[in-house]
Structure formats: structure tokens, C-alpha cells
Ligand binder design. Structure first.
Ligand SMILES: NC(=O)c1ccc[n+]([C@@H]2O[C@H](COP(=O)([O-])OP(=O)(O)OC[C@H]3O[C@@H](n4cnc5c(N)ncnc54)[C@H](O)[C@@H]3O)[C@@H](O)[C@H]2O)c1
Length: 316
């Protein structure tokens, strides 16, 4: 079950546990009651539960890509590619905060902080491709509704965001840099959340649209290795929680399975087991990157990301 931010806030203030949706335009303040109450939290950063993603995280931790040098990570989505797609809550600042920045780049940021290392500095720009959309009476439909000849209202947030990032000094990706992008108006990519991570000894490429395929190049090439290049690794029981769903390799998992893994990690944490859930501290750390990105887009300067105590992303 996913609950909205106000509900999560109320529950977190009173209950022993809290399971919350990743909120679009997450406000840093929203998580504070849960932190103050010391409850176990779980935020819907579900893409980090993909078995292939977990494997890349392990490879980086084990040094198998060498020293991480640079990343390219994107979330190109088509949900607002239709110019007459309705003006839902997602396009209004009061309800959603930012646009592609909070809704989509937040997932990219979480993946990079979970898989690679904390992000320390950001320089960014925002762009709004469609300035107006047809007004949608609140609660009547979603952004997938297309309204022809309707009354138009202002889009109040971004359709596209690009950010240059530097990973934190002192982290395992110290010195590494990268580009992060998100768009909600892509024509072609539909749910293209993916990354390329490059290191001195290898690289890894993954995209949610081919969730069960991981492309790996481990070790450098050179004249003695004419067959050197990428290997495609399909889902198998050596990757993350894949074996809980399928005994044999090459069987595809899907988005909904990630929610099952998310629930499992949450329940394990509630029961006092291994802390693999996405915590409110980690969501707060992601929100600080989003806040720094928004600030940079406003003034054109590089912005430092405020570190969040307790946001370990499991890096120890
Ligand atoms: N983790 C993920 O991968 C992921 C993916 C999608 C959405 N989400 C989150 O899930 C939540 C819901 O997103 P969604 O895509 O389903 O949104 P949506 O706009 O598609 O659906 C929201 C529904 O609520 C209704 N609604 C809105 N305001 C209402 C009101 N005042 N009264 C009655 N009904 C109202 C709308 O009509 C719509 O049917 C958000 O917090 C979003 O960030 C998370």
C-alpha cells in the first residue's frame, strides 16, 4: 500500500511503523515526525530493489569496476509528452512542488546515492516545454487524460532537468563526476530510467525498460583480448532477490515485484533484521540533492548538498 504524504506524516507521528510513498516534490519537513518518533520507515524508491541494480552496487563495493570515474543517469518518461495532457496535481507547485525534478530525478538521485556514493555538489538547469495544459477538475482523472479544446491553465513546474554532479570527497566514489537528467515529455522513451557507470577497470549499463538485462564490461581490453567487450547478464538467482521469484535464470521480473521486495525489506527492518529498507534519512538526503538542484537552476551557481546524519545508503 502507498499512502500520500499527509497520511504518512500522521501515521509516522503515532504508529510504530510507517510505509510511505516516495512523494512527488518531497518536502524535507515531511519526514521529521517519523524521525523524531524513531519509527521504522520505508520510502518508495523501488528501483533500487532491481536484482541487476543490486548487483552493480555489489560490484562497485567490491572494486570490480576499479575507481568510479563518471556516470550518466537518466529518467526519460513519456507521461506528459501529449501537449493536451491534463493539468493534474503533478503540474502545480502547491501540490507537487517541482516537476520532473522531484517526480523523476529523485529516483535517479536515489539510485546514484544507493549504487555509487553520496552526491556532494550540483549544477543544474530546468526547462518547461509546454507552458500551458488543459485544466483538470481535481480528482476527476490523472495526467494520462487528454482534453481537446479545454480551458488552459499554467504549468507551474519543470518538464526537464539536467544536472552536473560531483560525488562526495571521502566516499568510495571520491573524484567521480556525472550527469543526471530527467524528462516527463520524452517521445520514444517511456519509462527509461537507466544508468551508465564507468570505472577505471570496467563499466555497467542498465535500464528499467530492459529491467532484467545488465550489461557489464569487467576488466580492461587491449591487444591481447580481441573479444573484450560487454556481456549481457540476464536475471538469475545470484542477483539480489531474483531467486525468491524465479528458480531459473532468464525469467523476467516486473515493476510490481519491486514493491514486494520493498515490503519485504521493510518488514525485515521492522522485525529488527538487516536494515535494507529505504529510510527517511536517505529520502531526506535525496531531497537535499533535489533542493540543491533547484537552487542551482535558480541562480546558475554550483550548490553544495547538505549532508544528512544517518543517511548511510547501506555503505557503512
Ligand atoms: N515509486 C514509484 O515508482 C511511483 C510511481 C508513480 C507514482 N508514485 C507516487 O504515488 C502517488 C500517486 O501517484 P499517481 O501516479 O497514482 O497519481 P495520479 O495522478 O495518477 O492518481 C492520483 C489519483 O488521485 C485522484 N485525486 C487527486 N486529488 C484528489 C482529491 N483531492 N480527491 C479525490 N481524488 C483525488 C486523482 O483523480 C487520481 O485518480 C504519488 O505520491 C506519486 O509520487 C510513485
Amino acid at each position: 500500500m502507498e499512502v500520500t504524504t499527509p497520511a504518512a506524516r500522521a501515521a509516522a507521528a503515532t504508529a510504530a511503523v510507517s510505509l510511505a510513498s516516495r512523494p512527488a516534490g518531497f518536502s524535507i519537513q515531511n519526514g521529521l515526525p517519523a524521525r523524531a518518533a524513531g519509527v521504522t520507515t520505508s520510502i518508495g524508491y523501488n528501483y533500487r530493489h532491481v536484482p541487476a541494480v543490486e548487483r552493480v552496487r555489489e560490484l562497485i563495493a567490491a572494486g570490480q569496476l576499479g575507481r568510479v570515474t563518471n556516470v550518466r543517469a537518466v529518467f526519460f518518461n513519456s507521461y506528459a509528452a501529449e501537449p493536451n495532457g491534463a493539468l493534474s496535481w503533478r503540474f502545480r507547485r502547491e501540490e507537487a512542488g517541482s516537476g520532473a525534478l522531484g517526480d523523476l530525478l529523485s529516483h535517479v538521485v536515489d539510485l546514484m546515492q544507493y549504487v555509487v556514493a553520496p552526491i556532494a555538489e550540483v549544477s543544474s538547469l530546468l526547462s518547461t516545454v509546454y507552458a500551458q495544459r488543459p485544466i483538470l477538475p481535481m480528482g476527476s482523472a490523472t495526467h494520462f487524460a487528454v482534453i481537446e479544446d479545454g480551458e488552459m491553465g499554467e504549468v507551474e513546474n519543470d518538464d526537464y532537468v539536467a544536472a552536473l554532479v560531483r560525488f562526495a570527497a571521502g566516499s568510495r566514489a571520491a573524484g567521480a563526476v556525472g550527469t543526471l537528467e530527467a524528462s516527463r515529455v520524452s517521445v520514444g522513451p517511456q519509462c527509461s530510467l537507466g544508468f551508465e557507470i564507468y570505472g577505471t577497470d570496467g563499466s555497467a549499463i542498465w535500464n528499467f525498460e530492459q529491467m532484467n538485462e545488465l550489461r557489464l564490461c569487467l576488466g580492461r581490453g587491449g591487444p591481447t583480448k580481441p573479444n573484450h567487450g560487454y556481456t549481457t547478464v540476464l536475471g538469475n538467482s545470484g542477483l539480489g532477490d531474483y531467486g525468491r521469484f524465479q528458480p531459473g535464470p532468464g525469467n523476467s521480473m516486473g515493476y510490481d515485484d519491486l514493491k514486494v521486495i520493498e515490503a519485504k525489506k521493510f518488514l525485515v527492518a521492522v522485525a529488527g533484521g538487516e536494515q535494507r529498507n529505504s529510510t527517511i534519512e536517505e529520502a531526506h538526503a535525496d531531497a537535499e540533492v533535489i533542493a540543491a538542484t533547484a537552487a542551482s537552476a535558480r541562480d546558475g551557481a554550483w550548490h553544495s548538498v547538505v549532508p544528512v546524519p544517518g543517511a548511510t545508503f547501506g555503505h557503512g
